[in-house]
Design a protein around this ligand. Structure first.
Ligand SMILES: Nc1ncnc2c1ncn2[C@@H]1O[C@H](COP(=O)(O)OP(=O)(O)OP(=O)(O)O)[C@@H](O)[C@H]1O
Ligand SMILES: [Mg+2]
Length: 329
């Protein structure tokens, strides 16, 4: 995984200051000297992702996110973009200098693959944590991006449903496991799930602060949302007894239209219906249909490594900013 390199202008924006201000601080030795690389005859300043939090500390700027957010990409319907978007979303957050833990709950390992992370027969997943009481801190794998770690998916997850129902407090196991993560630097935990009402998914719903629901702009996806909301309210009724101060599962749902085609009537009509019936939940940011997304998936790369300037990549960054309420970076 190749790391994002920031120019002085981009880096200054991530700190909320102008480029001139950054250069002035550097000339006054109030911040470290920038990294430099020779291109032709000119030496250019450049900065890396890990510099963002370091510089923010030096400048006494608050971290972009104070409290940890657990965010699950979820939809009962298959193929709506959960894995593609969750991987790109996690990568985009990490590129902003925010420490991210991605968790892949799917035996198909699509999120893991989209992030270009390879697994072996010895790789452990959340299966070992929830079923064999393995320490969650020991199943975290580092990626080449310093601000992005992952608990990868493995084939073993395909049999987790047979084992979870026999456990005590079976819906709360993931929530409890996440509380045992020792590294407090993780500010965002991004979970990719499978398209079903499974006990593992219920664990993730209970553990999450935000549910991000990608939908395709077509009739069946729209129709499927009704089922999703009724299932979540049913779960909510059952959980009110246990959840204490935790709000309703319906409080923080973000429906995200994915694969939107500007020149397609069905796309426009479905968007209008969503705006009418789900306006409270609908994200402003829309992810367009973009062949580059599918090509990036096939290449096992997040979109930001495949074509970071394409419209879909820009919209995923906008989605991060919208959902995490971040300033423009
Ligand atoms: N915005 C987009 N533009 C073009 N293709 C996309 C876009 N988003 C996702 N895709 C493609 O759509 C296909 C399905 O996406 P993905 O696997 O992420 O869906 P999913 O919801 O995770 O599926 P499943 O329910 O099987 O887990 C993939 O081939 C992916 O590359
Ligand atoms: Mg998937």
């Amino acid at each position: 995984m190749q790391e994002k390199i920031y120019s002085a202008k981009e880096f200054a924006t991530s700190l909320g200051i102008s480029k001139n201000h950054l250069l002035k601080l550097e000339s006054e030795n109030k911040v470290p000297q920038a990294r430099r690389q020779q291109r032709g005859k000119i030496e250019h300043r450049f900065y890396l992702v890990e510099d963002i939090s370091r510089y923010r500390k030096i400048l006494n700027k608050p971290p972009l996110i104070e409290d940890r957010h657990v965010q699950m990409f979820f939809n009962f319907k298959g193929g709506t973009g959960k894995s593609t978007l969750s991987a790109s979303y996690a990568y985009a957050v990490a590129e902003m200098g925010i420490k991210v833990l991605a968790i892949d709950l799917d035996a198909q390992q699509h999120m893991t693959k989209c992030l270009g992370v390879e697994t072996s027969k010895d790789t452990k997943s959340i299966f070992e944590v929830l079923i064999d009481n393995e320490d969650i801190n020991k199943v975290i794998t580092k990626t080449k991006m310093p601000t992005l770690d992952i608990i990868p998916g493995t084939l073993k997850l395909s049999v987790i449903e047979n084992r979870l129902p026999t456990k005590d407090m079976r819906e709360f196991l993931l929530m409890a496991a996440l509380k045992k993560i020792e590294n407090e630097d993780y500010k965002v935990i991004v979970i990719d799930s499978l398209p079903s009402v499974t006990m593992l998914n219920k664990n993730a719903i209970v553990a999450s602060d935000d549910l991000i629901v990608p939908v395709l702009p077509d009739y069946l996806s729209y129709d499927g949302l009704g089922l999703l909301f009724s299932e979540l309210s049913r779960m909510n009724d059952g959980f009110t007894l246990y959840s204490g101060s935790r709000g309703s599962f319906l409080d923080n749902i973000h429906i995200v239209i994915n694969q939107f085609k500007t020149n397609e009537v069905l796309s426009k009509k479905t968007k209008e219906s969503l705006e009418k019936h789900y306006s409270r939940y609908l994200a402003d940011t829309v992810i367009p249909y973009n062949a580059k997304m599918a090509q990036a998936t096939a290449a096992g790369k997040p979109i930001f490594q495949y074509d970071r300037k394409c419209k879909a990549a820009q919209q995923i960054r906008a989605l991060v900013q919208e959902i995490l309420k971040l300033p423009p970076i």
